[in-house]
Design a protein around this ligand. Structure first.
Ligand code: NAD
Length: 459
């Protein structure tokens, strides 16, 4: 059995099965065997099952939120927000199942018709991280099932309790065995079984770039389709003409979400010289008013980091920046509560050659960098192997357009700190991965395009 710990106090909050290879293989077999019938199930029926699942979980939102708080550490209001976000995908794709339209194309040949079918890609597999235990699974399963694919999922071993509760509710809703399977155990071994099975036609992975690259390489053998949502190093750029209050509020909300353990968390905050000190002061005032605590209360609090490795990483990056000349405006050390809590931290005077500038922090740290010109900051923002999201605050529309065009990222967010919802395409470029989740683009990742030429119609 895999023990699941509460990061707020180290207590054991549940267990998940540690499956053998044979058990995982049996679940893969069920996923593959269920595909032909599921792919031929009416789109409306598939959508209705997803809708039913959505309704059952919506009615028990609080139950799910409490499980998330216990195994992930985020506070209850954030957990409720995550569930709404995740449910949004199930609702969206329950409707979208009916809209996977093919095409007809004017024929290039006489007495012929050209058709384009969109067919489900096949049995699929997914691997998800611990930072959004509900939403990540909802987003992947809903898209796959709507497209007519079956899916086997391996949730993060740190947060499997939410996942198994979702499976239980899926069964209650009538989503059958095989169509949605779940396995937990040794991640590397399960990854090998997924990538090594030629019947699995697509893998969707959200997690670190290192693991994503390994899975992509292993899947190359069978040329599986892949969606890779990997690491980020998001620039958050504030120009002199931005509204200070608006930018500070957007930054604090985006940064402290899940204690900074989010792939789209602002990771490099570039502020133009003329506004720098005032923005830092506005952010510091907001952050100083936020409590650090365990999450089972209604007020927004900054929770613990997920584990000791996460805490050590954040502490090490802050220490390194300090040694290389950064100033600590707020925080800068593990919280007096002990355990896995880290103080929300504001650092200024950072330079691009510091380790913190090149590393995904995954903690409640605001690293401030100064810049002078637009040209300079765009070049610095793009000087990263990652390209998931970029944020910018400016009131200049022409500049907004130039930034949207020139920044190398899958998503550019202007004058807001909020990114995701079911109706938009989420995903990155460069080492942040490829493929999109959400919107009509998301479902395209689960279909194959088949061109059919019907010639000889003059007979
Ligand atoms: P991780 O890569 O260690 O783990 C993610 C998942 O992969 C987990 O389920 C884990 O058990 C599994 N895994 C680990 N080793 C594996 C292996 N050898 N074979 C198969 N599966 C394996 O990442 P993490 O630390 O849990 O998550 C944080 C990372 O995820 C960060 O880099 C973050 O940016 C990224 N992330 C990206 C997005 C996005 O949408 N782009 C969203 C959330 C998190």
């Amino acid at each position: 059995m895999i023990k699941v710990f509460n990061p707020a106090d180290g207590s054991v909050v549940g267990v998940a099965p540690e499956m053998t290879s044979a058990e995982v293989q049996a679940a893969i077999d069920r996923t593959c065997q269920a595909f032909p019938a599921w792919s031929r199930t009416l789109a409306k029926t598939r959508g209705d099952l997803l809708r039913r699942w959505f309704e059952l979980m919506r009615d028990d939102k609080r139950l799910f939120a409490e499980i998330i708080v216990k195994e992930n550490g985020k506070c209850i209001s954030e957990a409720m927000g995550e569930i709404d976000y995740g449910l949004g995908f199930i609702e969206w794709y329950a409707e979208e199942a009916k809209r996977v339209y093919g095409d007809t194309i004017p024929s290039h040949a006489a007495n012929a018709q050209v058709l384009v079918f969109k067919e489900p890609a096949g049995p699929t597999a997914a691997i998800t991280p611990w930072n959004f235990p509900f939403m990540m699974i909802a987003r992947k399963i809903a898209t796959a099932l709507a497209a007519g694919c079956t899916m086997i999922i391996k949730p993060a071993e740190l947060t499997p309790l939410t996942a198994y509760k979702m499976l239980e509710y899926a069964r209650k809703a009538g989503i059958p065995e095989g169509v949605f399977e779940m396995v937990t155990g040794n991640p590397a071994r399960i990854g090998e079984l997924f990538t090594g099975d030629p019947r699995i036609r697509k893998i969707s992975f959200t997690g670190s770039t290192a693991v994503g690259k390994m899975l992509a390489a292993a899947s190359g053998h069978d040329l599986k389709k892949m969606t890779l949502e990997l690491g980020g190093n998001a620039p958050f750029i504030v120009f002199d003409d931005a509204g200070i209050e608006q930018a500070a509020a957007g930054l604090v909300a985006a940064k402290l979400r899940n204690s900074g353990q989010v792939c789209i968390s602002p990771n490099r905050i570039y502020v133009q010289d003329g506004i720098h000190d005032r923005l830092v002061a506005a952010v510091a005032e907001k952050v100083a008013g936020i409590r650090v605590d365990q999450g089972l209360q209604e007020e927004f609090v900054v929770g613990p980091l997920i584990n000791q490795a996460g805490l050590d990483k954040v502490a090490g990056l802050v220490e390194d920046a300090r040694e290389h000349g950064a100033q600590v405006v707020l925080g800068g050390k593990p919280h007096a509560k002990g355990g896995l809590f880290y103080e929300p931290t504001i650092l200024t005077g950072l330079t691009d050659d510091m380790r913190i500038a090149r590393t995904e922090i995954f903690g409640p740290v605001f690293p401030f960098y100064r810049f002078k010109t637009e040209e300079e900051v765009v070049a610095r923002a793009n000087r990263s192997e990652y390209g998931l999201v970029a944020y910018a605050y400016t009131r200049d529309h022409a500049r907004s357009f130039r930034l949207s065009r020139d920044i190398e990222a899958g998503m550019v967010i202007l004058n807001s700190g909020s990114v995701g919802t079911a109706s938009v395409p989420f995903g990155g470029v460069k080492h942040s991965g490829y493929g999109r989740e959400g919107s009509h683009y998301g479902i395209e990742e689960y279909v194959e395009v088949k061109y059919v030429l019907m010639a000889g119609l003059d007979a």
